[in-house]
Design a protein around this ligand. Structure first.
Ligand code: ZN
Ligand code: ZN
Length: 168
């Protein structure tokens, strides 16, 4: 996909609630889970986790790196990756692989949700639909299978891109 990062920008239209926990509460959880694992919190690790929780959207490792650099210029890329991996192991992060290619990371919320991804501007819109969930359950029943999880990704043009001519 030929979308540049400059065309991506923040996700102003991301809808859906991220759960009630604040970034500060998530930091406390992070520290508790680190202690359970016999790990200490470090400055760089904390900076990365805090920025990640505060951004609270679907960031790539590069985007997170750029944001963390603003508050801690000494953090290296490898530390970003290690911390993302750690946050995932602590069940505080979901890793998403949308069709655009690069992995995106979002704060693990209390609610299951699905995604719409705009193929032009890269905007990611979260949605929940009880009917979709119900239909999936009935398909599973029909197939006689046990579902563990699912990924529902819708692709197309967002409302804004639909009315805008494509960038030259
Ligand atoms: Zn769009
Ligand atoms: Zn999401």
């Amino acid at each position: 996909m030929a979308q540049g990062d400059e065309a991506r920008g923040p996700e102003p239209a991301t809808v859906g609630r991220r759960g009630r926990s604040t970034a500060a509460e998530r930091m406390l959880t992070f520290h508790a889970r680190l202690r359970e694992r016999g790990l200490k919190s470090t400055g760089p690790r904390d900076d990365i986790a805090r920025v990640f929780f505060e951004l609270s959207r679907h960031v790539s490792a590069e985007e997170l790196y750029a944001e963390v650099k603003k508050i801690n210029p000494h953090v290296g890329y490898a530390t970003i990756y290690r911390t993302l991996k750690l946050l995932k192991e602590c069940n505080l992060l979901f890793e998403r692989h949308f069709e655009e290619g690069q992995a995106r990371y979002e704060v693990a919320g209390e609610h299951h949700h699905d995604h719409f991804i705009c193929e032009r501007c890269g905007r990611i819109i979260e949605f929940e639909n009880s009917e979709i969930e119900r239909i999936q359950d009935s398909i599973a029943k029909h197939l006689g299978v046990l579902l563990t999880h699912h990924k529902m990704e819708l692709y197309g043009l967002c409302a804004e891109c639909r009315v805008k001519p494509p960038a030259p």
